[in-house]
Write a protein that binds this ligand. Structure first.
Ligand code: ATP
Length: 291
């Protein structure tokens, strides 16, 4: 297995607020890895650290064996393409113009597109079902259509590592399946894909490995069946769920959410907070009695 991206003892804080702590991960060629975890767990922050958009406050990231901080931004873009969570567009670029930006890391300043660039742009648009809207202004598209434009840009970029932050969040079911099948096919041809993903059913179906983050730490990782256990779903996602094996490989699971347990958990937390404060009062009392 060839490691393409790794992080060692990675930590990050916004000001004094720690967000990511002590994260050690290796990502290999040909893998499709899902980053899962509740809101605010640190998934986007981790993706931004892996692309060099954020600088770690401790530890480091290696890209194909070299520290990421030694790369120029343009060289990183030849290795890594990012589909961001926010796909809003301020300027009225056409769909084709945005997809063509994927070729920028490969072109010199003012160098015109070659026939190969044009073919790659056309192919990326056709794979993402955008061929009928190449001249449309991207800021007039729906959220899901815009998300596909950014996925097409990443494909045109031809980088061997694809990082995606919620790539299917605004897509209808048909396009969710199409986009994830496309990413899966890319990994089968040797790409590494890492996606932050909220939909656990899709993560289970498409990813080879899941990394579960909570409060900026890895709390579980392995095959979908190893990570998506009833206990983890209760503890980290506050849901009671039924889990059944899915598919032939016994690595995927089907999840049926039964109910939200956040109310139970907050009353458990409150009880333990009450118990703590009772314990503290008892400690306080016994300390006073022992004086
Ligand atoms: N610019 C910022 N300044 C301060 N805190 C931030 C900033 N951006 C994010 N955070 C905090 O960092 C934590 C992790 O955020 P992050 O966006 O990485 O989580 P996430 O797992 O991607 O969440 P979600 O699933 O909701 O997208 C959160 O507590 C968030 O409030």
């Amino acid at each position: 297995m060839t490691t393409q991206l790794e992080c060692n003892n990675l930590g990050f804080a916004y000001g004094k607020k720690p967000i990511i702590g002590g994260v050690n991960l290796r990502f290999n060629k040909g893998e499709f890895v899902g980053l899962i975890g509740p809101n605010g767990a640190g998934k986007s922050t981790l993706l931004n650290l892996l692309t060099g958009l954020l600088k770690p406050t401790s530890g480091h990231v290696n890209l194909v064996g070299q520290p990421l901080k030694q790369y120029k931004q343009r060289d990183i873009a030849r290795h890594i393409s990012l589909v961001p969570q926010d796909v809003s567009i301020d300027y009225a670029f056409t769909v084709r113009e945005i997809v063509a930006m994927g070729r920028n890391p490969h072109l010199g300043a003012f160098q015109p597109e070659t026939q190969r660039d044009r073919d790659l742009i056309d192919l990326a648009m056709s794979k993402t079902d955008l061929s009928q809207m190449t001249t449309r202004s991207a800021n007039q598209l729906s959220g899901g259509e815009r998300q596909r434009v950014f996925i097409a840009r990443a494909i045109a970029q031809e980088a061997p590592i694809l990082l995606m932050d919620e790539p299917t969040a605004s897509l209808d079911l048909c396009h969710q399946l199409e986009v994830l099948s496309l990413v899966k096919a890319l990994t089968e041809s040797g790409h590494l894909a890492i996606a932050a993903i909220h939909d656990l059913a899709l993560a289970s179906r498409f990813c080879d490995r899941l990394v579960l983050l909570a409060e900026g730490k890895i709390v579980s990782q392995g095959s979908p069946a190893e990570v998506l256990t009833k206990e983890n779903l209760y503890r980290y996602f506050s849901i009671e769920a039924e889990i059944e094996p899915y598919g032939d490989d016994e690595q995927s699971v089907r999840i049926t959410a039964i109910r939200s347990c956040s109310a139970d958990k907050s009353s458990t937390d409150k009880n333990s907070a009450d118990k703590n404060s009772t314990d503290k009062s008892v400690d306080h009392l016994s300390t006073n009695l022992n004086r």
